[in-house]
Design a protein around this ligand. Sequence first.
Ligand SMILES: [Zn+2]
Ligand SMILES: [Zn+2]
Length: 349
Amino acid sequence: MQTIRALVKTEPGVGLQLQDIPLPELRPNHVRIRVLKSSICGTDLHIYEWDDWAARTIQPPMAIGHEYVGVVDAVGSNVHDHFPGELVTGEGHLVCGHCRNCLAGRRHLCPNTRGVGVDRPGAFAEYISIPVANVWHCDPNIPLDILSCFDPFGNATHTALSFNMVGEDVLITGAGPIGLMATAIARHVGARHVVVTDLTGYRRKLAARMGATLALDPGQYSLQEIMAKLGMKEGFDVGLEMSGSPQALVDMLAAMCHGGKIALLGLLPTGAGIDWDKVIFHGLTIKGIYGREMFETWYKMTTMVQSGLDIAPVITHRFPYHEFEQGFALMRSGQCGKVILDWAEAEND
Ligand SMILES: [Zn+2]
Ligand SMILES: [Zn+2]
């Protein structure tokens, strides 16, 4: 049996193991991809740390990881429009194809969604197999590091493009990698002020690099002070909550203009409460975001990069895959943007 190297959650508990697992077999309607680079997601960190969500969700043994770029290695039967050697990445959400939303083309709203590297073997491996419907052909002019981040870049794009930002004042709470990418997108699509809040100085500096008008510590400055400083009179037009902090959401709600629009991406803890008066009397719109629109979000990511959007500063660290422990330690510290694992060099082992 041919085997490949993969990062596996072998049993319940903290940690990951580098292991040999079987090469994914070629199944009908599937494409096998040789992974070149993958990137570490907050989700992967949750799985590493084995928090409540991970314990509820992951059934070991499971090879994890869902953000990657690679080349088509081989295709299963019934696959006619993908060929070995093509540069590809993949949508990490597998949808059922037969529910109301799937049939209506709203596949990101499928209630039967399953996740690569969560419910089925993932991309922290030399090879991965995914359904042909999940394959995205990459523009080879886009750097591999950036292509390896298309999954979270897609979260940022889906969130940021949910509401019109042209000439608007935008508040982004949370400057993790997705908040940072959203900052660059807001700037790219023509927002006026893009205010970013984060508790970490390292990430505030990155936010400034991504085009934030101001990147501030919410413990030091109130949003009302910031608005006064910028000459804003009525509050933010668009809010993107990307921190998962209940306080950040409370502060955001108090700083929105009447009729403002909020997209929620950060996962809030169970029971996090808000002042509903702010939503009702101020006529706010709140939209929850999960995943990426298939495949409109992927199209927009590609075309925004082709038209000058640069998310490269978000990628701060790179490691060969066997130094994954360093990558995860860095993720835990928060002193990083996106951390990339290189799998291509596995060939030289
Ligand atoms: Zn992810
Ligand atoms: Zn469905």
